[in-house]
Write a protein that binds this ligand. Sequence first.
Ligand code: EPU
Length: 343
Amino acid sequence: MKPSAAAAHSLQYDFDLTRHNTLRLPARAQAYARFHSVSELLSLLAMADREGWPVRILGGGSNILLNGEVPGLVLSSAMTGIRLLGGDEQYQRVAVDAGCHWHDWVCRSTEFGHGLENLALIPGSVGASPVQNIGAYGTEAGDYLESLTGIQLSTRQWRTLAASECRFAYRDSVFKRELAGDFIVTRVVFRLRRQFMPDLSYGPLKAWSESTEQVTPQALIAEVCRIRSDKLPDPEVTPNAGSFFKNPIVTASVAQQLQALHPSLPVYPQASGKVKLAAGWLIEQAGWKGRWLGHVGVHDRQALVLVTDGQADYAALRQLQQAIQRSVMAQFGVALEPEPQVF
Ligand code: EPU
């Protein structure tokens, strides 16, 4: 059977993904397509079934590690609708298509309600945001997500998951666990606060708020962008995937022992009783900040970010990742876990 006209039109074979991942790791997809409608997505999935292709979904490519040839069909959402669903006195509910650029959505979100301001300038798409429950400056996407809809690949069934079913945790969700690689998010419903109640718990934001005339949503977004641009490299200029490692979470007694040995170690007690450590601090103390191994290096202003010169491949990145993990383990006895997922 011939693929439908819409699917055939958007499909590209042997597609170069190098420009589609922010680390610029070289990779090629057997087939690639952007879908502009649900019917186009369905006809592409039907085609993948006929061809026997595995299917993967690619968002902004800012949290993945690509390794050479990608078999099957890589899909990307080009759907960017934003629709107000309604609300009550406290909240507004807004449905946002997965293909929206995350930062564009954060900027638009203030027209409807509040809560996402601290998440400005995080690279990636709305559809990818729940996967690792993106977060910054005291806020996580999952805090403002009501539900999401998409297709489970193994069953080809549409599903709507409430936030509680997404099992959000620090840089974690069901989409990195039971549903890893098995779910195409097509739409996310956010629940935004009508009232602007800024989260200024992050030290530098608190300091800024005390010295600024008026903390408006737009001013907060601008300040978050300023702080991020100051510490984190722009992936358009310097390939990177944001924080490369998660901040490790250890028991209170391990944290206490480490603090006794290293009084300047930043520690963040969690509601669970465990303690989050600053991986950037550990990596810097292990002597890696600003160091390069071939085409991959450790950012000189934030040791949690690995950067490349645009010529690196997966193997080179892995080599530096493992060297850092070994150093931090040898010096502090702490295991570091990478944040980006192998695609
Ligand atoms: N630090 C160092 N050396 C470094 C980097 C950090 O000593 O090279 C220390 C800092 O001085 C500070 C502490 O580590 O005391 C924490 O640093 P920072 O505030 O920069 O935040 P982070 O823990 O390194 C996390 C997120 C970022 C997020 C920021 C702000 C993770 C893995 N990373 O970084 O998220 O923007 O907090 O909330 O949780 C991302 O996930 O891609 C990301 C950029």
